[in-house]
Ligand binder design. Sequence first.
Ligand code: PFF
Length: 452
Amino acid sequence: MKARSSFSGKLGYVLAVAGSAVGLGNIWRFPYLAAKYGGGIFLLVYMILMLTFGYALIVSETALGRMTKRSPVGAFQFFGKSIPFRLGGWINAVIPMLIVPYYSVIGGWVTKYLFEYLRGSTEILAAENYFPEFIANSFSTGFWFLLFSLVVVAVLIAGVEHGVERVSKTMMPLLVILAIFVAGYSMTRPGAWEGVKYFLIPNLKNFSWMTVVAAMGQMFYSLSIAMGILYTYGSYIKKDVDIEKSTTQVEVFDTAIALLAGLMIIPAVFAFSGGDPNTLKAGPSLMFITIPKVFASMGFGRGAGIMFFLLVLLAALTSAISLAESGVSTFEDQFGLSRRKSALVMGGMIVGLGMASALGFGVLDFVSLLGMSILDFFDFLTNSIMMPVAALATCLLITKVVGLDRIAKEVEQSSAFKRKGLYNLFLRYLAPICIVIILISSIANVFGWITM
Ligand code: PFF
């Protein structure tokens, strides 16, 4: 048995969780969902879900990890060996394996943009059709995707992820400073104020049921919930880490970055396209369409572009590595594979599934899965279907098997459990009900039984 590694201290733990939380989810995914699903009302729903639901789930997963000292598959089997326990653990473990391939496709797009800024293509990137033409070019997207994935797999095989993490942690403050600067610039463009209002002020007219579904998926994604990651991190911490306090710190930090990213991108949509509904609904391409326009319109645009995409690339790389790392450790622990073999299996999955997502806008654009492109399909499958199921499995494990009292005892080992009442109410009633409703509506929406 290998000795379980542990974090050096409380700060080390918070930084590691925050490092896994902050990634493309905040900078690329959050702004496009907020733009698409109602602006301020999306933000409001997101905040409410995060402070209640997200909070309860982070505490649950961390406490279970710390209690069992195991990653999700092992943690579930710690309490029972029958099929439901196996399924509960495995669904948590499989999700990151399905996310990292398409995450790496976006990572490839970011790498390409960095390359172009380095070459001085500031104006070209801001041209109207640049992005759609780029992703339709299978050779090019395939190439940049492979490059990004190779770096991820190389780091996994070499086992030097901690080195990469260290670089990224020192870069994180730089990303924040640059983001504040770009957001400030973007918000002060003529016409941008409408965008600030759209993003920050809730308007019930923009509400649809999809707002809730999308906000919930994003909450899981952004906080790295319901993908086994927090079990694993929880298993590394000592009994003196205040689980509630560190959860709050991670949530505040993660949301602050997402808000900044929203303030960079959404006002720019209004400044450069007058809030055109088609641009607002651009989806995954939004960051790649608006940010280059902001940079092309300012002095030092090329320098800003280089810095921005370099920092986003680092955030993407560390997130992709930690997602893939979780897959690798599942293969090692459950199938007894060597590290090298596990990394190669994970690499094979990334290249196979990711290439399909990358080419889904080019040579494979005739493939439509439930009306979605391949990349959108994997995003939907993991965020809107599998993560709610994984979260439900955690809730049921706690309420039916482990017992709320044992979780409370685990949390209380380091500090008083201040929000215990809210936590219990959530886990017992609200969370399972919400999850089931969300799940049914996502499925109904895809099959067109209801339109949202
Ligand atoms: N939370 C990350 C993001 O918002 O981009 C995604 C993620 C990265 C989840 C790494 C899990 C993880 F281990």
